[in-house]
Design a binder for this molecule. Structure first.
Ligand code: BYC
Length: 331
């Protein structure tokens, strides 16, 4: 049992959180329109709260599950330097998950509920973490493309309308920037190495490119959570972020000396952007639906970690109870 959760009152000076009061709603909308932050104790529409709990908790789960593909390579890093960098990165992801669970808790959900939703397979997490890491170059490509895509998505979230989420994102983005750079640096080194190393990098880029651009979610026309933009949670749409990412990454691929696995990728002078090929949405929804290459393994690993940690949680609770009992006796 996990007992640590913030106690959120059912209401505040303005009355119960769930009451849809036109006066409160007008005040909420005015704050959103002015670009202000909504804070945990402010009144908010129930749908806004639910959307935030959904997105923030999915984001937290992604960070936690996202530790697994890279964690798999910590013992096999080729040098002490690369091992230290990878350890620091994976620990950062764990920290991001914890800030995000804490941000979700300010909305009145408990860590128990969120954890249960992940472990039972009810909750979503980013599709990208259901692909395997097959060679060392995958670690560089995850930093370059996956963290690169994550930064593109998360910079606008630093200005999202919910204060605790926006503030958590500021630190997360600083750390993601280090993650992206270490990945690109790793790949630059490998590209200066042997022919075999260059082939490993190209192979990893070929496998991770399309899954990385899927991270931004379905096309805008298929995106269902349209209220997120109106509420200032999503400042830039899925397709616009994907386009920004593609535009920024093509040049980086040229500097690196790799090709991106898309014959339709080319500069469109009229649009002022790169055109790119059709994304395999059947693959995306298959992975999101739990049928990717690693979905079963990822959930099994998280469940095992939870079960293996049971004694720590039980010991912490027993210690807290003992201390409380001592305080009672001393009083
Ligand atoms: N994977 O209406 P839409 C990291 C779902 S971790 C799975 O457009 P929304 C890192 C979506 O949830 C980075 N599901 O949704 C960590 C929705 O389903 P539900 C993780 C996806 O929320 C370790 C449905 O499709 N980043 O960087 O408006 C190591 C319809 O979509 C995905 C975040 O979580 C997907 N890729 O927009 C290295 C960022 N895409 O919920 C790196 C925060 C969509 O109705 N999240 N779906 O059942 C967001 O910005 C938004 O949630 C999204 C989707 C842009 C992802």
């Amino acid at each position: 049992m996990y007992t640590q959760s913030l106690s959120i009152p059912d209401g505040d000076a303005k009355g119960p959180r769930k009451v849809e009061n036109p006066e409160y709603l007008a005040e909420f909308n005015a704050k959103i329109d002015a670009g202000g932050f909504i804070e945990a104790k402010d009144w908010m529409p129930e749908a806004y709260r639910k959307t935030l709990v959904r997105q923030i908790s999915q984001h937290a789960h992604s960070e936690i599950v996202g530790m697994l593909p890279e964690g798999n390579w910590i013992t096999r890093a080729p040098s002490l330097k690369r091992k230290a960098i990878l350890l620091a990165k994976v620990q950062d992801e764990g920290g991001h998950g914890l800030y995000l669970y804490a941000a979700a808790e300010t909305l009145g959900v408990s860590r128990d509920e969120l954890t249960e939703a992940l472990l039972s397979g009810k909750a979503k997490y980013s599709s990208i973490f259901n692909y395997p890491t097959l060679n060392w170059a995958d670690i560089g490509v995850i930093g370059w493309l996956v963290d690169g895509a994550a930064i593109m998505n998360q910079i606008p979230l630093c200005k999202c309308s919910y204060g605790p989420y926006a503030r958590a994102m500021v630190r997360v983005c600083k750390e993601e920037s280090f993650h992206q750079r270490q990945g690109y640096d790793l790949l630059l080194q490998m590209m200066k190495g042997t022919e075999e190393q260059r082939e490993m990098v190209q192979d990893a880029v070929d496998r991770w490119w399309f899954p990385s651009i899927m991270m931004f979610g379905p096309h805008d026309k298929d995106s269902v959570h349209t209220d997120s933009a109106r509420w200032g949670i999503k400042r830039i749409s899925n397709d616009d972020l994907r386009q920004k990412f593609v535009d920024a990454t093509v040049k980086q691929a040229e500097v690196l000396g790799v090709s991106l696995p898309d014959p339709e990728l080319k500069w469109n002078e009229a649009r002022g952007h790169y055109d790119f090929g059709v994304i395999d949405w059947d693959e995306f929804w298959n992975v999101v639906g739990g049928h990717g290459q690693c979905n079963v393994d990822r959930l099994a690993a998280r469940n095992k970690a939870w079960d293996d940690g049971a004694w720590v949680r039980e010991a912490a609770i027993a210690h807290a109870e003992k201390m409380a009992e001592r305080e009672r006796q001393a009083a």
